[in-house]
Design a protein around this ligand. Structure first.
Ligand SMILES: C[S@@+](CC[C@H](N)C(=O)[O-])C[C@H]1O[C@@H](n2cnc3c(N)ncnc32)[C@H](O)[C@@H]1O
Length: 299
């Protein structure tokens, strides 16, 4: 088996403990993404920056065989889903101020937003990876700018993002409980149901959705779902075309290279496609559920 196949299938199995990062599970989508990045850029011997997460320490040091791994996360994301950063990750530095890229150890977690990366970190990394995090980054333009600056010339960037607002999976809200104790969320979690119809976030206005939901649950729960879906600050609500545009105007396109899987393909349901286009003038891509993009800094 080659290294990419081992990364995808065999090695992640060693790290399934139910522990906070960076000791917790390596999830199948994380392993699959790392296998793709291994095939595209390779990890061994590299200084890697992870944007929005902290992959298992032993996995990255012993299996991916990186030289160093610096993981950055935003504490406010975890607070928005009722978790404290300390419950989900071991934090080494509470801000960029406290960390010095010249003396960083082989593995460290920093809580700070990527778009605030200070100059002292510029040209420090051979590779930047980001898994399931871009949907939660509000300032995508500056984030791409900082990722480019964080790379050494010749360095690579790989990102994967899901829950793209313009697709069916953009219908994304966290757990809401009603007065009867029923759990609602957009995830297919055991014991949870999702009373929001597919595409409702793009087809209905908040009051219409509220009215529909309030027929089946108490007003507070219905209001909470509507708030989560349309107004929570957690997700960025960018359409796939917005990401494509941000990639186009990023330094990767201007001074480097950038490719992505974003490609306009109409929905199989032509009537729905037409309706969505009418409600969202100028938009056509309602079918990109997951974005995979690769960049390279050339100069
Ligand atoms: C859905 S979690 C994904 C975590 C992990 N990568 C995974 O695969 O499970 C989203 C992550 O994005 C991080 N995040 C959100 N905004 C960020 C920002 N501006 N800069 C860096 N990380 C950010 C959050 O702290 C959180 O760790």
């Amino acid at each position: 088996m080659d290294r990419a196949a081992l990364i995808r299938t065999v090695w992640p199995e060693k790290y399934q403990a139910d522990l906070p990062d960076p000791l917790g599970k390596v999830k199948p989508y994380q392993a699959g993404f790392c296998a793709d990045v291994e095939a595209k850029f390779g990890f061994a011997g590299k200084r890697v920056l992870e944007v929005g997460g902290a992959l298992n320490r032993d996995f990255v040091l012993n299996d991916l065989r990186v030289k160093s791994w610096t993981a950055i996360q935003e504490a406010s994301y975890w607070e928005s889903i009722g978790r404290k950063i300390d419950d989900v990750a071991t934090v080494d530095y509470a801000s960029f101020d406290a960390a010095d890229p010249k003396t960083l150890g082989p593995y460290q977690v920093i809580t700070a937003p990527i778009e605030r990366l200070p100059e002292k970190f510029y040209e420090s990394f051979d590779l930047v990876v980001s898994i399931a995090a871009f949907t939660f980054i509000q300032r995508v333009g500056p984030a791409l700018d900082k990722i480019y600056r964080a790379l050494k010339p010749g360095g690579g960037f790989a990102m994967m993002a899901a829950q793209i607002w313009s697709s069916e999976s953009g219908l994304f809200y966290h757990t809401v409980t009603d007065k009867m104790g029923r759990l609602f969320s957009s995830y297919g979690l055991p014991g949870h149901t999702n009373p929001v119809a597919p595409w409702a976030h793009l087809l209905e206005q908040p009051p219409a959705l509220y009215e529909r939901l309030a027929r089946h649950m108490d007003a507070e729960a219905a209001g909470n779902i509507v708030q989560e879906l349309f107004f929570s600050r957690r997700i960025n609500r960018l359409f796939a075309e917005d990401y494509a545009r941000y990639f186009d105007i990023s330094p990767f396109k201007r001074f480097g290279a950038m490719e992505s899987n974003i490609a306009q393909r109409d929905l199989p349901d032509a009537k729905l496609q037409k309706k969505l286009e009418a409600l969202h003038p100028g938009r056509r891509d309602f079918n990109t559920h997951m974005i995979l993009a690769y960049g390279r800094r050339l100069v």
